[in-house]
Design a protein around this ligand. Structure first.
Ligand code: DQA
Length: 145
């Protein structure tokens, strides 16, 4: 059976396509999911791609990923900058987790420069637009070879 990676998306990412296109581009989350699925197929693994606006749901999904996946790519949206609960959930699970962002958070407002989850993750990818998702999957593939 092929390896599964979870791709988890946090608040407001369901609004991609309409939301601040000057920052996030014109692709919808469904477009990004399709790109990730195509990359996964070409590389012999599969993905379980999800989005929630609720912090606790993301915590539950990280716990689930511990049993049901080989690793997690997470765009935690604004919870990146605030969530001790996500930090703790990432530390609690065995599966490797890669943090990703569409925008370059370090080139934006100061409150986006701090990530609560980065110290718990294997690494961070940001600033490459929707391609950040592909880079995160590539990193997971290499980490779990
Ligand atoms: C984001 C960056 C976050 O600061 C922001 O709150 C988001 C999206 C990104 O993908 O660039 O919702 O995670």
């Amino acid at each position: 059976m092929s390896k599964i990676f979870f791709v988890l998306n946090g608040p407001n990412l369901n609004m991609l396509g309409k939301r601040e296109p000057g920052i996030y581009g014109g692709k919808t989350l469904a477009d990004i999911e399709a790109d990730c699925a195509a990359y996964a197929k070409d590389n012999g693994f599969s993905i379980d791609f999800r989005q929630s606006n609720h912090e606790g749901t993301l915590v539950d999904w990280l716990h689930e990923a511990s049993e049901a996946s080989a690793g997690v790519a997470i765009n935690a949206g604004a919870y990146t900058h605030t969530s001790v609960a996500l930090h703790d959930a990432i530390r609690a699970i065995g599966a490797p987790v890669v943090e990703l962002h569409i925008s370059n958070v370090h080139a934006r407002e100061e409150f986006r420069h701090k990530s609560m989850i980065a110290p718990a993750c294997k690494g961070v990818i940001c600033g490459f637009g929707p391609h950040s998702y592909i880079l995160a999957l590539q990193a997971l593939k290499n980490l779990t070879q």
